[in-house]
Design a protein around this ligand. Sequence first.
Ligand code: ADP
Ligand code: ZN
Length: 432
Amino acid sequence: MIFNPEKECMSREDLRKLQSERLVKIVKHAYDNVPMYKERMDALGVKPEDIKSIDDIVKLPFTTKKDLRDYYPDKLFAVPRSEIVRFHASSGTTGKPIVAGYTAHDVENWAEGVARVLAAGGMSKEDTVQVSYGYGLFTGGLGAHDGATKLGAAVLPTSAGNTSKQIMLMEDLQTTGLCCTPSYALFLAEEIEKEGKKDAIKLKSGFFGAEPWTEGMRKELEAKLGIKAYDIYGLTEISGPGVGGECECQNGTHLWEDMFYPEIINPETGEQLPDGVEGELVFTTLDKWGMPMLRYRTRDLTHLIHEKCECGRTLCRMGRILGRTDDMLIIRGVNVFPSQVESILLEIPEFQGQYYITVDRVNNVDTFDIDVELREEYYSDDIAAMNRLADKLVGRIVSVIGIKPKIHIVEPGSITRSMGKAKHVTDNRKFK
Ligand code: ADP
Ligand code: ZN
């Protein structure tokens, strides 16, 4: 089902008109109410009147995560505090978190973004949507919750964790939709299998996001849970989950570009890149008033597709996110994204999608160790057989990534499972 056909299927011409009108308004709002935007635009000699259409977006300055930290907690808010109805904050692994503030209108739009994703993945008011993203400051839980409510579905707000209770309720209430991180979905799937509940659960669709995941993981989750698995994308700075999501065609994540205008730029030069070319995703919020973002650099790497999708939606799509620029490891001079390892693992039938990478530097040489798990039926104490499988994996990694890792096959179930965003890497070089 298409939640808002008027917007999701509007002609590209009408869309451009709407984007232009909205950009003009939001730029003026940001300039008039946020000193940082005024200073930045003044420094570039750009006045709000210079922004007449969406093409003028390139005249605007970029905004970065550092700006959100520097202007912590609310100096990028563009409305009086009385207009703010919600705060969220995203992980502050390095110092202060970043804070987002929303007006009532912003929360409505955000919920619509999620409702569009849920509807695109087959959910309706007949469905029960289990929200197993964490509730709280993280946008995942409440974002998915409000979206499912807007759709009219019944929400089961389990939050993350407490896995056997989750599975019990999933079975007893006949949950049909599941929202969580792909890592937690994998853990849930393993536990469902262990409890022998696979046939008792009635899930139809999964909406997975908040971290990178691969096509291999899609197949794995679809098979293990008996569902269709859809990507849902978003970030706190732009609102939260539901900035975009996949449709039934599962061939790219539609971005709700009537609300969030996407660009792909060359991360080094800041220049816009054409369709199909990988670069950094940048968003301008076209209808968000509490904390408008002009050309926010997400650091997420992907490409855009503007060709019309078979589902009938005209809004553009993006390819899978390889990772963030700051997730990229440089090991012996080679760029490595953890999601590449996931992809390779899931192409080899004996391995499963759990892994943990440890990078270090010993005698001036980078070390690259990966703990991996075999599927239960392949794991044994036959050392020669285990070594053969490890060699097979090394061979694949060398041919795809270009460097040789040391593989450690560990007992199935021994790599720490994640309830939220998984941590896949320790880089000890940082401490040296
Ligand atoms: P934090 O910055 O603390 O991780 P967020 O929850 O706002 O906080 O995370 C947003 C980020 O999560 C995105 O910028 C992106 O890197 C990642 N992300 C979200 N959804 C997806 C997805 N579907 N695929 C890949 N990465 C995603
Ligand atoms: Zn589509």
